[in-house]
Write a protein that binds this ligand. Structure first.
Ligand code: FES
Length: 139
């Protein structure tokens, strides 16, 4: 029998091996990059907003790194579609853990939240609330 957490582990592996929305986006409204300095893994997100200038129409990403960081970016690229910039900025660690469906060890939390932080900083920079070249998982 496949337990619930096994199912989620399989989902993470599947997103790692077959990332959704992978690639650069030529007509992105904004893009932003982030790195986990502990390991050097990176995620770059490309966000295209709808005509209202607030609703996410499409998200793609490129990246390099561990299964959790890349699967998290892949899952997030699906999750963010249809969200407002404000809603993205209000997401927290629990939303990512819920999305992944498994408890993440403290060591791996930074892997899990890298893409989320990139999306949030990207949104904040886009609306003019932040100035930042690159996001890192270090506070
Ligand atoms: Fe680098 Fe996971 S080991 S982000």
């Amino acid at each position: 029998m496949v337990s619930g957490s096994d199912m989620y582990r399989q989902q993470i592996l599947d997103h790692y091996k077959n990332p959704r929305n992978y690639g650069e986006l030529d007509d992105a409204t904004f893009e932003h990059v982030g790195e986990n300095p502990m390991c050097g893994d990176t995620i770059k997100l490309f966000v295209k907003l709808a005509e209202d200038g607030d609703t996410v129409e499409y998200v793609s990403f490129i990246g390099d790194g561990c299964a959790i960081s890349q699967a998290s970016a892949s899952l997030l690229s699906e999750e963010l579609q249809g969200m407002s910039l404000e809603a993205i900025r209000e997401m927290d660690r629990d939303d990512i853990v819920e999305m992944l469906g498994v408890e993440v060890s403290p060591m791996r939390v930074k892997c899990a939240v890298l893409a989320e932080k990139v999306a949030q900083d990207g949104a904040a920079i886009y609306v003019g609330d932040k100035e930042l070249d690159e996001t890192t998982t270090e506070e």
